[in-house]
Each structure stands twice: as structure tokens, then as C-alpha cells.
Design a protein around this ligand. Structure first.
Ligand code: NAD
Length: 353
């Protein structure tokens, strides 16, 4: 197949890890007879420095016209005190909005040889294979903003958790589609004992469940879910939840794997290009040293092949090569080893070949 991929290396370690993921994608293209073309654009601080904007119209247009987008990370101390319009994260939020991606998928698997890298007891981690699906464009983070004000002599602030039925339905349907190709169970996480928005969430979840009888649904309150994620994580498969609950639960789930450098993510909408990125940030403390773990970005490129290009076999080959490299003892510094970014990617490439 032919695909046009926009690469947004971004800031800090972004260019280092995206460069390695590109080598893996080029290798896969050659091995399986695909034509991937790469179009590199700036985002975040790098774009502010060059164009005085964290995401230019040209870059957004290129992303919208692409088949998929692979991003490194944005941010760094240099831009920390900039006004909101000139902050690196503003570019990322504008990109997600511009692409219309409404579901953020974060798979969390724990390699058997990395059990000791996690703060959770090894026996609780056996068999962990979760995908957390976080609703990305609604909920508490996008409720009607109100200005902080004085009320009865006190400072008063309010945020609003809002959802439309269609926003819940589209992310729920995506979660059920994912689950039907996996172990056929969905955990829908809400706070329906307290929140009206959660009662709407649960109603829609039940409607989608009724239309997909081959997949079972379990409703889990968010407080219980956060406890079970560390006490019995292997009981979860696909977990779907509201924006802020998902923000918190995905970070909690990422701890299971031992290193942030390992974890990929995909942000999907309906139809347009997907956005793929590792879950970590720009890691200014190690940027430019050639020691960043490239596996989160390499695994994000595997998700791109799976979800945007329907190349399941090629995606599984990348994941198997990463697993094999870890099994052979290949480790970057964050995993207690001494391999550099390039060397780690070379180890994955050797196992792809
Ligand atoms: P971070 O994820 O960049 O780093 C946290 C710690 O993890 C650091 O010690 C870092 O060295 C380490 N780390 C992260 N990725 C690694 C990798 N691939 N290999 C080895 N070690 C790795 O988080 P932070 O330090 O809180 O944020 C740094 C900057 O990144 C900030 O400007 C923040 O706003 C930004 N950020 C961006 C994104 C994004 O682009 N999606 C996400 C989170 C943070």
C-alpha cells in the first residue's frame, strides 16, 4: 500500500525518537512492499522558534491531508513562561482539535522480563494487557468556562462536566469495536452514583452494549477502577472513560509497565488521519544525549500500521521485534541498561529482519 505520513518530531528527545521510528517504518515498507512517504513539519517550541506559532496553518493542513501523523513530544523550559498562544502544548491541543480525534487509546502491556521494573508486585502484573480508551474532546476539560469571581466575600471557581449523547456514543462504539477483536469485554468507568453526566454515560454505554451482544460490559465506578488498576490489573481488557477520569487512569496504568519510555498511544476520530505519539514528554533532562528510549515511539508506529493502515501483520511484527529485543536483555538507561537510542532501535531492526 501507499501512505503519506507526516512526522512532527517536536522538541527535546522528540526528534531522536521519531528518527528511529522512521527507520523502523522504512524497513517495514521495504520488507513488505509498501510505499511510505514522509513529510516532516515543526510543532511546539521548534515551530515557535521558526514561525512564531506552535502550529502553523501549513502544518495543520499537511496533517489533515496525510494518511497518519507521528509526533514525538513538545515542550521545554525555554518556552515555559510564554503566553498561552505561544506555548508548545497549545500546538498539540490545536492539532488534536484540528484532526477531530476524539478517542485516545493507550495500550499497557508488561513484558515478563520487565516485571521487576514496575513498582507493583510481579505476581499482580502477570498477564496485564489493557487498552484504556480516554474520551478526548468533551467532559470536564471542555465544559463551558467561567471566570473566577468573588461570591459572598470568597473566591469562587467552577468547572463543568458536560457531555452530549453522540460524544459518548462514538467513543463507546470505538471501545466495543476494539473489544470485539480482543477478549470481548469492556469496562465502562464512570461515577454514576453521583454525577448526572455519568448517568448519561452509563445509559449510552448500555445502549451500545445492547447492540453488541457478543461483547460483555461491566460498569466500574472510577474510584473502584483506580484501586483495581493496581490490585488486580490483569482483570481489565478494554477500559473506556470520560476525559479527566481517563487522564488520571492512563497515567496510573502507565506505571504498571515500569517505564514511560515504553508506552505508545493513538488518537483516533472518525475517518480522518490518526495521531500517534509516545505517552512521554520531551524529557529535557536527557535531550540531545542519544540515550532516550525509542520504544514508545516505535510501538506508536506499530499502532499506526494497525489502526490507520489496517496492516495488522506488520504491526504485530514490530511489536514482536520489540518484545524479542527486551527478552534478549536490550535495555536503555531508563530500564537500567546502557544502550543508546540508535542502538536500541538497531536491536529492534535486527529482529525485524
Ligand atoms: P517527561 O515525560 O518529558 O519526562 C519525565 C521523566 O521521564 C524524565 O526524567 C525523563 O528523562 C524520563 N523520560 C521520558 N521519556 C523518556 C524516554 N523516552 N526515555 C527515557 N527516559 C524518558 O515529562 P516532564 O519532565 O514532566 O515534561 C517535560 C516537558 O515535556 C514539559 O515541557 C512538558 O510540558 C512536556 N510534555 C509533553 C508531552 C507531549 O508532548 N505529549 C507530554 C508530557 C509532557
Amino acid at each position: 500500500m501507499k501512505a503519506n505520513i507526516v512526522l512532527l518530531p517536536g522538541d527535546g528527545i522528540g526528534p531522536e525518537v521519531v528518527g528511529e521510528a522512521r527507520r523502523i517504518l522504512e524497513h517495514v515498507a521495504g520488507k513488505f512492499g509498501h510505499e511510505f512517504s514522509f513529510d516532516v513539519h515543526q510543532i511546539g517550541g521548534a515551530s515557535i522558534d521558526q514561525f512564531n506559532s506552535p502550529l502553523t496553518d501549513e502544518t495543520l493542513a499537511a496533517c489533515k491531508a496525510a494518511d497518519a501523523v507521528l509526533l514525538g513530544a513538545v515542550g521545554g523550559h525555554k518556552w515555559d513562561n510564554n503566553p498561552p498562544a505561544l506555548r508548545p502544548e497549545t500546538g498539540l491541543l490545536a492539532l488534536r482539535k484540528g484532526l477531530g480525534v476524539f478517542a485516545n487509546l493507550r495500550p499497557v502491556k508488561v513484558h515478563p522480563d520487565l516485571l521487576s521494573a514496575s513498582p507493583i508486585k510481579a505476581e499482580r502484573l502477570a498477564g496485564v494487557d489493557i487498552i484504556v480508551v480516554r474520551e478526548l474532546t468533551g467532559g470536564l476539560y471542555f465544559g463551558q468556562p467561567k471566570k473566577r469571581e468573588m461570591r459572598d466575600g470568597h473566591e469562587y471557581a467552577v468547572d463543568t462536566l458536560e457531555y452530549f449523547d453522540y460524544e459518548v456514543r462514538r467513543v463507546m462504539e470505538l471501545a466495543f469495536r476494539l473489544a470485539s477483536g480482543r477478549s470481548k469485554k469492556v469496562a465502562s468507568v464512570d461515577k454514576a452514583n453521583v454525577l448526572e453526566s455519568s448517568r448519561l454515560w452509563r445509559k449510552i454505554a448500555n445502549e451500545v452494549a445492547a447492540a453488541n451482544p457478543e461483547v460483555s460490559i461491566e460498569h466500574v465506578l472510577v474510584d473502584t477502577a483506580s484501586m483495581k488498576l493496581v490490585t488486580s490489573p490483569a482483570t481489565f481488557d478494554v477500559m473506556v472513560t470520560e476525559n479527566m477520569f481517563g487522564d488520571i487512569l492512563t497515567d496510573e496504568a502507565s506505571v504498571l509497565s515500569g517505564s514511560m519510555g515504553m508506552l505508545p498511544s493513538a488518537s483516533l476520530g472518525s475517518g480522518g488521519p490518526g495521531l500517534y505519539e509516545p505517552i512521554h514528554g520531551s524529557a529535557p533532562d536527557i535531550a540531545g544525549k542519544g540515550i532516550a528510549n525509542p520504544l514508545g515511539t516505535i510501538l506508536s508506529s506499530a499502532l499506526m500500521l494497525r489502526y490507520s493502515f489496517n496492516l495488522e501483520h506488520e504491526a504485530a511484527c514490530i511489536e514482536a521485534a520489540v518484545d524479542a529485543a527486551i527478552s534478549a536483555g536490550c535495555r536503555t538507561a531508563d530500564l537500567g541498561g546502557s544502550l543508546g537510542t540508535r542502538q536500541m532501535a538497531d536491536e529492534v531492526l535486527a529482529r525485524l529482519a
